[in-house]
Ligand binder design. Structure first.
Ligand code: ZN
Length: 212
């Protein structure tokens, strides 16, 4: 067994790899946190592996420092860029401390995942239309956005606005932007880490890896 083969095996052994079907996307996500400085080539190698390990280490440290939640929220928080994970956890903690049964039910989506969601309810596909954003057009595609669902003690899904207004009152913070404040398309379950960049700039930087 030569060293190169060992490296390959090590990479294959990593169990918690995010977005295994889209390595380029994961490299871009890691680059957005300045964790991956190699080529954005979609090829899993030692530099990508090292960045992924550091990403997991940061995620674990943030979880240990801020607190953990239900499994669904945990799975979604851990898809976010590392720099968005602390604000997301602190947000959920504030909302839950107010007695609101919120969970984070959606996090980062690859462009392909977003495009599949866009096609729902369109082009003859079944289901309701749930987004107007195509792949690469949603803030969920850049690792900074999450959606909450509010659930009753019995597990019922609350869909009415007032509960989401109450969550906003409890969860708002200067580093966050709320979809309920948007003009035009109001999206009360939607929250994101405020980057100060418009979506077009965010997309350009995410794709090129050219961050300030
Ligand atoms: Zn959203």
């Amino acid at each position: 067994m030569d060293a190169g083969r060992c490296d390959g095996k090590e990479g294959d052994a990593m169990s918690a790899r995010l977005f295994p079907d889209d390595i380029l996307f994961f490299q871009r996500l890691l680059r957005s946190d300045s964790l991956y400085l190699g080529e954005l080539d979609g090829i899993w190698g030692p530099i990508t592996e090292a960045a992924a390990v550091e990403f997991e280490r940061r995620a674990d440290a943030i979880a240990a420092a801020v607190g953990t939640f239900d499994a669904r929220s945990e799975n979604n928080i851990r898809t976010l860029a590392a720099r968005a994970q602390r604000p997301a956890r602190a947000f959920l903690q504030r909302v839950r401390a107010a007695g609101i049964g919120a969970r984070i039910i959606s996090g980062t989506r690859t462009y392909a995942m977003q495009e599949a969601l866009y096609r729902q309810g369109r082009f003859g596909n079944p289901g309701p239309r749930v987004t107007n954003a195509r792949g690469g057009q949603s803030n969920h595609n850049f690792g900074i956005a999450w959606d909450i669902g509010i659930f009753t003690a019995g597990g019922g899904y609350v869909t009415d606005g007032p509960a989401y207004d109450a969550a906003a009152a409890a969860g708002a913070a200067p580093e966050l932007a709320w979809g309920g404040d948007w003009v035009g398309f109001v999206d009360k379950p939607h929250w994101q880490f405020a980057t100060g960049m418009a979506a077009a700039e965010l997309r350009a930087r995410f794709e090129s890896g050219d961050w300030p």
